[in-house]
Design a binder for this molecule. Structure first.
Ligand code: IMP
Ligand code: MG
Length: 175
């Protein structure tokens, strides 16, 4: 099956406004601290780049590439494909992701960071699909809650396509 763009679900200008709000909220919540902002590659790239410029704190910037696999309602195993470089021991970490879907990736990653000695781990996601959740996790900072629809753009892909689009779109079958 091939998919093509259907319609804009969230306009880039609206995303920009919301990202500014999230950055301001993080700036207030972490006042006096120097959190690590951790970009989950590759889906969070545009969101992360925009968000960190709205955070008025001396953040440490790092990236990680992970994939989670596992069945049922457990976080499952987290495969670290390319690890971060900063030592999280004793640090506050803000994990920045594109979307929380089942929640398994977030939960497994948060567990790993806690095991490594992070003092606090917060999850910041551009999008959230609460109706798809299978594990008990919620985003601490969420841009937009969306219905159970597959979306692309502003970092999110279908088959590695559409990540560079400025808006978030729904897809439709190419007939
Ligand atoms: P989960 O929360 O562990 O199920 O995994 C979330 C990951 O699945 C995200 O980081 C995305 O890479 C991918 N994903 C989930 N829903 C979508 C979508 O609607 N569009 C594109 N990628 C998605
Ligand atoms: Mg992802």
């Amino acid at each position: 099956m091939n998919y093509v763009l259907d319609k804009i679900l969230i306009d880039g200008e609206l995303i920009k406004k919301r990202v500014k709000e999230l950055g301001e909220q993080i700036t207030r919540d972490y006042a006096g601290k120097q959190p690590i902002t951790l970009c989950i590659l590759r889906g969070a790239i545009p969101f992360f780049a925009d968000l960190i410029r709205e955070i008025d704190l001396p953040v440490t910037v790092d990236t990680i590439t992970v994939s989670s696999y596992g069945s049922g309602t457990t976080a499952g195993k987290l495969k670290v494909i390319s690890d971060m470089r900063t030592d999280v021991k004793g640090r506050d970490v803000i994990v920045v992701d594109d979307i929380i879907d089942s929640g398994k990736t977030s939960l497994a990653l948060n567990n790993m960071l806690a095991e490594r000695g992070a003092v606090s781990v917060a999850t910041c996601a551009l999008l959230d699909k609460p109706s798809r959740r299978v594990v008990d996790i919620k985003g601490d900072y969420v841009g937009f809650s969306i219905p159970d629809e597959f979306v692309v753009g502003y970092g999110l892909d279908w088959n590695e396509k559409f990540r560079n689009l400025p808006h978030v779109y729904t897809l439709k079958e190419d007939k």
